[in-house]
Structures are given as structure tokens and as C-alpha cells.
Design a protein around this ligand. Sequence first.
Ligand SMILES: NC(=O)c1ccc[n+]([C@@H]2O[C@H](COP(=O)([O-])OP(=O)(O)OC[C@H]3O[C@@H](n4cnc5c(N)ncnc54)[C@H](O)[C@@H]3O)[C@@H](O)[C@H]2O)c1
Length: 261
Amino acid sequence: MRDSLSASDECGPMTDVTFNFENRVAVVTGAAVGIGEATARAFSAAGAMVYLLDIDADRASTTGDVGTFLETDVTSIDSLARTFERITGDHGRIDVLVNNAGGFGVQATTETIDPSEWAGLIELNLTSVFLVCRAALAGLRNSEAGRIVNIGSLAGQTGGYRTSPAYAAAKAGVHSYTRVLAHELAADKITVNAIAPSAVLTERIIAVRDESERQATAESIPLGRYQTPEELAAWVLFLASAESGFMTGETIAVNGGRFMA
Ligand SMILES: NC(=O)c1ccc[n+]([C@@H]2O[C@H](COP(=O)([O-])OP(=O)(O)OC[C@H]3O[C@@H](n4cnc5c(N)ncnc54)[C@H](O)[C@@H]3O)[C@@H](O)[C@H]2O)c1
């Protein structure tokens, strides 16, 4: 059996891809850990001025070398207003916005999920994307080539594998809202795309899936392993780059072959 829980180069040199983001202002939500942190680090390494937005201020010290950490709740209109006032005050514009904050909470079904948990998951995974985009819009319009990248999920395409009905519905909403926003912002030359990952090995996944579950997941993926956060970050940088400028409204499935539309 292949090594299912670590990255290998057997799928090609994705992590060797380099982009130049010098003098670009990149904002990443949910950037304290996991995919968001890896994405913020990749933007920083590519020369961007990075803002890391997260509700978890305790992690700020571990990401201080990457960029500016701003304690922000992506579900709070007031918190977002303060944050984006600060960023546009610093630079007058936002070039890249990555809506990454989210997560599925506990595994549930329609019968077992509490309606308040349903509402909370829709708020965190879908409404937050709308609120953050609204707050960032003026700054993005001041960019010469604004980019929005939303992190969706395979769950939003298939209905999910052992997640939560609210999470799957919210992520499907993110994919749909990506297309809506792409239409709305095309005249401003702002592209809006999403990525639908399948299984990315982050701390959260390690916390909620024991080793045998992770092994079973890896074996259900044709490429036989989890994706690393750094590999996913490379896709975010591509969608944020000048090179991707003729694509908008698209959700890219980066899932190791687990679901092929
Ligand atoms: N890891 C996977 O396998 C996987 C698969 C598909 C999609 N995704 C999606 O990718 C994104 C990142 O996943 P991850 O595994 O890195 O998650 P994670 O739990 O490791 O990180 C999520 C981050 O979001 C932050 N956050 C939570 N609520 C917030 C709020 N209200 N305001 C601001 N920040 C908040 C958390 O503090 C944390 O730092 C999520 O949207 C998730 O749904 C992940």
C-alpha cells in the first residue's frame, strides 16, 4: 500500500510552482492554522503583503512572520468593517481575497442535527463568504486585477462523506455564489473562482478522524492519499495569479480523483 498520510512527489511537482505576488495585497480568512495558514505562507513566500484574518487570536504569534494578523470574526459585520477599514487604510486596495474560514463541526444527519447548529454552519460556511466579499468589495475594485478565491468542498458537489447536511448544503451554496459573484464583478475585471478540496490533512482532520478512518479515506481516493495543505495552497495561488485571468465562475475539483463530474 502507498504511504497514504503524507505527501509524495508521485503526482508531479505541484509544490515547485512559483508565482510572483510582489506588491500585491492578499487577504486570507481562517489563516491561523491548516489550509489558510499554508496559503498565507505561500503568498508571503511569493512576495505578497499578507493579512491573516482569524477569530483565534492565540495563534497570532505563530503566524507573525508571515504577515499582519488581524483578529476577525468572519460572521460579524462589525468585526469585518474594522478589519477592512484597517487594510484599505494601509494600502488603499485589496488584490486577492481568499475565503477559507469554515469547517463542518460534528458529523450529523438531518434527524440528529440541531437547528441551531444548522444555522451556525450555514453562517460560518456560506453567509460569511457573502459578508467578507461585501466588506472587501471597495478595496478589490481599487485593484488592477482583483481576485477572489473561495474554498468550497467536495461535500458541496456530492452531498458529503460523513460530514453534516448543513456543511454540504453551505458549500454547494459557496460554489453557486461563486458564479453569482463572477457575473456581478466581471465588469470590474475581478475574477471569482472556487476550489472544492476532498481530503486535506490538517490538524482539524487529525482531531476529528482517527487513524483507521483516515486510512479508509485515503484508500477511497484513487490517488491513494490525503492532499497536503501546501499542495492546495498552490492551487489558490494559481487562481489568484495573473495567469488565471481568463477564468471566472469556476469551481475546480482538486480531490485526487475521488469525484469526477
Ligand atoms: N481539510 C479538509 O480536508 C477540507 C476539505 C474540504 C474543504 N475544506 C475547507 O477548507 C477550509 C479550511 O479547512 P481546514 O481543514 O484548514 O480548517 P481548520 O479548522 O484547520 O482551520 C479553519 C480556521 O478558520 C478559523 N475560523 C473558524 N471560525 C472563524 C470565524 N468565525 N472567523 C474567522 N476565522 C474563523 C479557525 O480559527 C481556523 O484557524 C474550510 O472552509 C473547510 O471547510 C477542508
